[in-house]
Design a protein around this ligand. Structure first.
Ligand SMILES: Nc1ncnc2c1ncn2[C@@H]1O[C@H](COP(=O)(O)OP(=O)(O)OP(=O)(O)O)[C@@H](O)[C@H]1O
Length: 316
């Protein structure tokens, strides 16, 4: 006969209320809640629990720790319509956030035109899977990636209805992201059913709205904001892309669509203005070549926007 009370007492003495104990016959099973412990602390605690459980008469001791759960923030990057540079921004923000110290993964949910594999220089690389869980594809920029484009043939997903797209997105979001604390989510452009289902199902911590100066005039950005308001997702702020044209020859910036419109629009909509990204040939060429400008140590465009996101994440 083993002394169950004594064993429970000994385990509680070393593990407090982290341990859940089950004793059957001469077998002792212990589940340890390892949240907040690093690998070394978890192993040390497991060893102490094992020793405490190994009382006279005990035949077998099994100790398992629940995997450390990482609190992961999902940041949606969205736009009211296509072609405004949402994917470019998502890729560069993911890299800039990583350079700012966050552990970042990038999820490309754009079923209409998944462009992240090209932007992140891993076109043609397929993710592997284990136990039905996808392994994100490493990229040269320290930000692992999973893209709808890696899962389905080009054009196949176009006819998907909201729930199907959200189901596929689930596989990407719930992949083996390991220690990543931030997932940047490149949403499909527009504000239809597909986007709403995705947002409701995977509840991002916050959303970044991308728009061009002319897009703002067309109120597409307002619709994107409405989508998140409907879903109860906070808006982190607005980024103006293709703001002013910087001449590659003389370096001078001109504003064919006027200047300051986005800031005024953000103020009117009562959302923070996160910054402007100029329209430059360099950004286009770098995107096509799979060398995102945010990876450049001299980047002065995306780093300040990422700094505002880091601040927002720390405050929430
Ligand atoms: N600031 C910029 N300067 C120059 N070119 C840019 C800039 N931002 C985006 N582009 C270019 O504009 C095109 C569209 O950008 P991108 O694919 O990022 O837009 P999107 O909003 O994600 O579009 P889609 O709706 O197709 O997903 C790309 O060729 C990209 O390189």
């Amino acid at each position: 006969m083993i002394d169950q009370e004594a064993i429970r007492h000994a385990i509680a003495a070393v593990a407090g209320d982290r341990a859940t104990v089950r004793i059957e016959g001469e077998r002792v099973g212990v589940v340890i809640d390892a949240s907040g412990l690093d690998a070394a602390a978890r192993e040390a605690l497991e060893a102490r629990v094992r020793a405490a459980a190994s009382a006279p008469g005990v035949g077998e001791v099994r100790v398992v720790s629940t995997a450390e759960r990482v609190a992961r923030a999902l940041i949606a990057v969205a736009s009211g319509k296509g072609g405004v540079g949402k994917s470019t921004l998502a890729a560069n923000l993911a890299i800039a956030l990583s350079r700012a110290g966050r552990r970042v993964g990038l999820v490309d949910a754009d079923i209409y035109g998944p462009s992240q594999p090209r932007l992140m220089a891993v076109e043609g690389t397929r993710p592997t899977a284990h136990d039905k869980t996808l392994d994100p594809v490493p990229t040269p920029y320290g930000v692992p990636l999973l893209s709808m484009g890696q899962l389905v043939a080009p054009g196949k997903a176009l006819a998907w209805r909201g729930p199907m797209a959200a189901g596929a997105l689930g596989q990407l979001v719930e992949a083996a992201w390991g220690a990543a604390d931030t997932l940047v989510l490149d949403l499909p452009p527009g504000t239809g059913d597909v986007q709403l289902t995705m947002v409701q199902k995977y509840r991002p911590a916050g959303a970044v709205i991308v728009s061009t100066p002319q897009d703002l005039a067309l109120i597409d950005a307002t619709r994107a904001i409405d989508l998140f308001n409907t879903a109860g997702v906070p808006i982190i702020g607005l980024v103006e892309n293709m703001a002013g044209y910087t001449c590659p020859h003389c370096g001078e910036t001109s504003d064919p669509f006027g200047n300051g419109g986005a800031e005024a629009a953000a103020a009117r909509l009562a959302i923070p203005f996160l910054g402007r990204v100029p329209l430059t040939i360099d950004i286009r060429a770098a995107s096509d070549a799979g060398t995102p400008p945010a990876a450049d140590p001299d980047d002065r465009i995306f780093a300040p926007i990422a700094a505002r996101l880091v601040e927002w994440l720390a405050r929430r």
